[in-house]
Design a protein around this ligand. Structure first.
Ligand code: IPD
Ligand code: CA
Ligand code: CA
Length: 261
């Protein structure tokens, strides 16, 4: 790993921890909460405050680099193909009700390809990290996907977009197609942690439609570096795409087959 990447990795790890602890302190002490759209897409003062800190620190440390954050949505492609992509709190719906399953996600992306991914879950005190080509780690220990090869042994996670209209039928059809074919289907409410849970082998696979770059940039790299296959549904996987399936290589085609049925 070159020196510049190592500096950025260390910086992102420190920042993700700091941001996660700010969010954790706010969970029982929320200021305002409002809806971005409909009655479901919640944002809290903590999402905005955490993003502000992360953006400020990145811009202070690397003054020629820019940030795409969920809450500010600026600088879509960055400068010279380089951009930091941030989800200040992934799992806001959980967070807003005091459910301690959420994380901070920070990635550094070069030409649409994640080079660094860091995710911090402050309640579990678990820090996930990956640099392209260098493996994935949780709290400094190397992690890898599990070896489950049968759907009947598999726990799969999924999630769904906030809008109840886009992809509604396909989401419900998929859920029902897996029902009875896998050991269990879970909806934990943090797409980023779902990808990290495939990476450390806690779950066997994850699929979702309608995700955004900040939901997949760090998580997909961590999963890939832990040995997962990461693909799109009817499209090539891209952090700017709309769909994702993540699983160990033994299961990925079996999962895709059910989705396509
Ligand atoms: C959401 C979570 C959720 C997923 C949604 C995402 P947010 O992100 O990752 O698990 O199902 O599609 O939008 O809003 O909590 O950052
Ligand atoms: Ca998110
Ligand atoms: Ca978020």
């Amino acid at each position: 790993m070159d020196k510049e990447t190592l500096i950025k990795l260390d910086f992102a790890k420190g920042l993700a921890r700091e941001a996660g602890l700010v969010a954790k302190k706010k969970i029982g002490n929320l200021g305002w909460t409002h809806l971005k759209s409909g009655f479901y897409d919640v944002v809290t003062d903590a999402d905005v405050a955490v993003e502000k800190i992360v953006k400020y620190e990145i811009e202070k440390a690397f003054d020629d680099e820019t940030v795409l954050g969920e809450e500010t949505g600026e600088d879509k492609k960055g400068k010279n193909g380089k951009i930091w992509i941030v989800d200040p709190i992934d799992g806001t719906t959980n967070f807003s009700k005091g459910i301690p399953h959420f994380c901070v996600s920070i990635s550094y992306v070069v030409n649409d390809d994640p080079l660094i991914g860091v995710v911090y879950d402050p309640y579990m005190d678990e820090l996930y990290e990956a640099v392209k080509g260098n493996g994935a780690f949780m709290n400094g220990e190397k992690i890898k996907v599990n070896e489950t090869s049968e759907l009947t042994d598999a726990i799969l996670n999924t999630g769904y977009q906030y809008s109840a209209t886009e992809y509604r039928d396909v989401v419900l059809r998929n859920y029902s197609a897996f029902f009875g074919k896998v050991r269990a289907i879970r909806v934990f409410g943090s797409a980023v942690l779902d990808q990290c849970y495939v990476a450390n082998g806690r779950i066997d696979g994850f699929w979702e439609y309608c995700l955004k770059p900040w939901d997949v940039a760090a998580g997909s790299l961590i999963a890939k570096e832990a040995g997962a296959s990461v693909i799109g549904i009817g499209e090539e996987f891209s952090i700017y795409g709309k769909t994702i399936v993540v699983a160990n290589p033994n299961l990925i085609s079996k999962i895709l087959e059910v989705i396509k049925s």
